[in-house]
Every structure is written in structure tokens, then in C-alpha cells.
Design a protein around this ligand. Structure first.
Ligand code: DQA
Length: 151
């Protein structure tokens, strides 16, 4: 099983960026913990970050025949990128939307996610655990799908 982990804009600055909101763990450390969990779950992952909408869209398109699911933190694109939402809807993969902060407890403009209706589910507010739980959820969904296909 192969899972794509996608980090959107500004997440490359984690650890230094608004630590009161996003914590002091940097993206490399989150990726390291994701790789460790992936090894325990016996799945392969690739972690990828971009600050650019089109590059994230291209990466989702390329995932179609390569990955079984994706864990995606779209950053600020969460709240307004219809193009990324359409990409999530277009790829026939379960996409778990994750956020470090609780987007429902912040500014009004963050409470709306244009991704949520097309995501398999959303995990928000649990810091790095949002990603780790997102990976577990992705693996569980793919396993369930596989079981259904076998019936
Ligand atoms: C975020 C929440 C977004 O509102 C924000 O723009 C981010 C990070 C989070 O992980 O909490 O860049 O997606």
C-alpha cells in the first residue's frame, strides 16, 4: 500500500512559524514520525510539500495510478482553492484532510473548508497527531476498500 502525504503552503516553516498556533515541531520531524508509523503499519509513504497550487494539483493527478490514498494539509488553500478541491474530487483516491490547528476554533474565514465535502474525512486540531491519525485513517480506509473489492 502506498500513501501520499501532501503539505501545502507555509508548512515548510513549521517549528518557526507562529509556534503558539502550530507548535514547535518542524515538518521534517513530522515526516520522520510518519515514516516510522508507516514502517510499523507496513505501508509505503512519500511526503511532499509545495507552496504552489498548481504543483499540488499536478502531484494529486500523478497520484492517481501510483498511490492508494492521500493525507493532505492544504494550508490556506483549504479555505478558497476550488481548483484543489476539484483535483481532490477528480482523483479516485480517499483523501484525508488534516490540520494542525483546530480550524473551527479560529477566525471565521478558517472555519470554512472547501475541501471537506470532497475529502474522505477531516482531522483538525491535534497538532502532529492530526497527520499520524490521518495516516492511520487512510490505511484503514484502503484496507476496508480492499476487503469490499474481494467480496
Ligand atoms: C492549517 C490551517 C490553515 O488555516 C492555515 O492557513 C495553515 C495551516 C493547519 O494545519 O492548521 O496554513 O492548515
Amino acid at each position: 500500500m502506498k500513501i501520499l502525504v501532501l503539505h501545502g503552503p507555509n508548512l515548510n516553516l513549521l517549528g518557526r512559524r507562529e509556534p503558539g498556533v502550530y507548535g514547535t515541531t518542524n515538518m521534517e520531524e513530522i515526516n520522520r514520525q510518519l515514516h516510522k508509523l508507516a514502517a510499523e503499519l507496513n505501508v509505503q509513504i512519500e511526503c511532499f510539500q509545495s507552496n504552489h497550487e498548481g504543483i499540488l494539483i499536478d502531484k494529486l493527478h500523478q497520484a492517481i495510478d501510483v498511490y492508494d490514498a492521500a493525507v493532505f494539509n492544504p494550508g490556506a488553500f483549504t479555505h478558497y482553492s476550488i481548483a484543489l478541491r476539484d483535483a481532490v474530487a477528480a482523483v479516485d483516491l480517499p483523501v484525508i484532510e488534516v490540520h494542525l490547528s483546530n480550524i473551527h476554533a479560529r477566525e471565521d474565514f478558517r472555519t470554512k473548508s472547501v475541501m471537506a465535502p470532497v475529502a474522505a474525512g477531516q482531522i483538525s486540531g491535534l497538532g502532529k497527531h492530526s497527520y499520524l491519525l490521518g495516516l492511520q485513517a487512510a490505511v484503514a480506509l484502503v484496507n476496508e476498500r480492499g476487503l469490499k473489492d474481494e467480496r
